[in-house]
Design a protein around this ligand. Sequence first.
Ligand code: ZN
Length: 324
Amino acid sequence: MSKKLIGIDLGGTTAKFAILTESGDIQQKWSIPTNIEDEGSHIVPDIIASIKHRLGLYGMTPSDFVGIGMGTPGTVDKENGTVIGAYNLNWKTLQEIRKPIEEAFGIPFDLDNDANVAALGERWKGAGNNSPDVTLITLGTGVGGGIIAEGHLLHGAAGAAGEIGHITVDPTGFDCTCGKRGCLETITSATGIVRLAREMSEEFSGESELKNMIDDGQMVTSKDVFDLAKTEDDFALLVVDKVCFYLGLACGNIGNMLNPSDIVIGGGVSAAGEFLIEKVQHYFEEFTFPQVTNSTSIKLAELGNAAGVIGAASLALKFSENNK
Ligand code: ZN
C-alpha cells in the first residue's frame, strides 16, 4: 500500500490537519482550536493528541506514513526543529517542536514558516504548476510571501528571505510595524488598503459612495473598496489603481530580480479576482524589461486555505523512498 503524508498548518486560532497521498491529494482533513494559554505550552501536546486520536479512529499506524510536515508562525530553525517569536501563539521563548512530535510517533518531521509553506503548496498543487520558480505574495491582514527559486525554498541568512511585505515601495510612505516606512504591507494589506482609502478621501471632491461611507464614519473594508471599484465608483477606482500600482511595482522588482515563471497572489484581498490581477499586470509590464515581461506570469492563487496543509505535507516528501 502506498504511504501517506500528514500536513499541519498551525495558526493563532486553529491548527489545520490533512492526510494526503504522496501525489498531494487530500484524503482527510480536520482542525482543532489553538489553545495559546500558558505561553502556548498546550499547542504541541494538543497536536500530538489530535493526530493520535485520528490514527486510532481509522486504524492507521505510523508505518502508514512517510512523514509529517508543519507550517508555523514565527522564526523557524529547520536544523534544530525549533520555533521562536511566534507572538500570536504566545511562543516568545524557544520551542522544541520536532523532538516531541518525532518521539510521539516515530515518523520523520519537518517544519517551515507558514508563508513559505503556503508558497510550497501553491507551487505543488495550485497556480504554480509545479514549476521550479514560483513566488507567492499573500495579501491578508499583513502581506507575506515565499520564494521558490530553481526548486529551492529561499530562507536567507536569518530566515527572512521572502518577506515581500517589507519591500519598500514608497520611501516617504506610512510607518510599518517592522520599524521602517513605506513597506508594501502598509498599502496593499487589507488594513493598508483601508488606511490608503481614508487618506486619499481627504483629497477627493467628486461623487463617490466609498467617500460617503468614509465621511459618514462607517466601517469600510478592503472588500468594500474593491466591490465599489467594480461598480465604477470613481474614488474606489482611484484607490484600487494606487494599490495595484504599488503591487505591480513590487511584482516588477521581484520579476526583474528572480524571473519566476509565476508570481502567485493569494490571501483575502485576492478574492477581488481577475479585476485585481489585470490591474497589477498593467503596472507589472511597465516595471519589467521585455524578457521578464514575456516569461513571468501574474496569477491568482488557487488553493485558498488548503495551501498551508498541502505545502506542509510537501515538506515530508523528502523522507519518501520514492525521492531517494
Ligand atoms: Zn515593514
